[in-house]
Design a protein around this ligand. Structure first.
Ligand code: NAD
Length: 261
């Protein structure tokens, strides 16, 4: 229970990677604020399960991460009801795939707002309390696309490269304050989002499930297996531990060798 006296705010944690990170932190005793969209009943079940399974406090806040006013209200609510976040995980993210000439401008704006600007807003709002406490952890879910590009993902790649640069800059600004700032860069992670794409791709390309996995999704990933949400959560948990105090400004790849090529 190494995080027993800590509060963790995890954005985009009603599903996938964020939910796995929230579970990993709750299991270590952290008070948890989850955030994200979805079916209200399902979210309440997840929230209650976090609190019950690990005997900790867990709240959900539905702030839209594209809205600075809602982000501010979420951080205030977390601070007043659970304590100022000692650990901030910026994980909310969306994707849209289209050539740049056809890229809908509203999708560009939404991806930049949710995947990049939200990281600025939560960080600027949470850092002062971490600096006063002399301890803090900011952990950003970036992507292999913070290091390399793929066609038709201009907004996502631009935003994730931005997250990597923002991470390094803020890490330098708070390096002497006991606060570390890092990002984790997964390759393809097995989440419901990815799973849902498989049947459509099988149909569209007349491929088997294995062909879609290996020749489309995992083409760039030498291990030819998906990263699991539990693997990403374990890395986030390690970054929150005392032993990781000297890891800051880092971009930790978890991509099965993708960016080693
Ligand atoms: P997911 O779709 O399962 O989860 C995304 C979460 O973000 C959900 O909880 C969703 O409700 C929330 N969200 C979306 N828009 C939001 C908004 N406007 N305000 C608040 N919450 C919002 O996806 P995931 O695969 O778990 O992705 C999580 C993060 O990991 C993202 O930043 C993504 O870019 C990154 N990532 C994913 C993969 C992958 O292969 N799945 C790989 C690299 C990086």
């Amino acid at each position: 229970m190494s995080l027993k006296d800590k509060t963790a705010l995890v954005t985009g944690s009603t599903s996938g990677i964020g939910l796995a990170i929230a579970k990993a932190f709750a299991a270590e005793g952290a008070r948890i604020m989850i955030n994200g969209f979805g079916d209200a009943e399902a979210i309440e079940e997840e929230r209650a399960a976090l609190a019950d399974a690990y005997g900790t406090d867990a709240l959900h806040d539905g702030a839209d991460m594209s809205r600075p006013d809602e982000i501010e209200a979420m951080v205030e609510r977390c601070t007043s009801q659970l304590g100022a976040p000692d650990i901030l995980v910026n994980n909310a993210g969306i994707q849209h795939v289209a050539p740049v000439t056809d890229f809908p401008t509203e999708k560009w704006d939404a991806i930049l707002a949710i995947n990049l600007s939200a990281v600025f807003h939560t960080t600027r709002l949470c850092l002062p309390a971490m600096q006063s406490a002399g301890w803090g952890r900011v952990i950003n879910t970036a992507s292999a696309h913070s290091l390399v590009a793929s066609p038709n993902k201009s907004a996502y790649v631009a935003a994730k490269h931005g997250v990597a640069g923002f991470t390094k800059t803020v890490a330098l600004e708070v390096a002497e304050a006991g606060v570390t700032v890092n990002c984790i860069s997964p390759g393809y992670v097995w989440t419901p989002l990815v799973e849902r794409q498989i049947p459509d791709t099988m149909k569209a390309r007349n491929m088997t499930r294995e062909q879609v996995m290996n020749d489309v999704l995992l083409k760039a990933q030498p291990t030819k297996r998906f990263v699991t949400v539990e693997e990403v959560a374990a890395t986030a948990l390690f970054l929150a531990r005392e032993e990781a105090a000297s890891i800051t400004g880092a971009n930790l790849s978890m991509d099965g060798g993708w960016t080693a090529q």
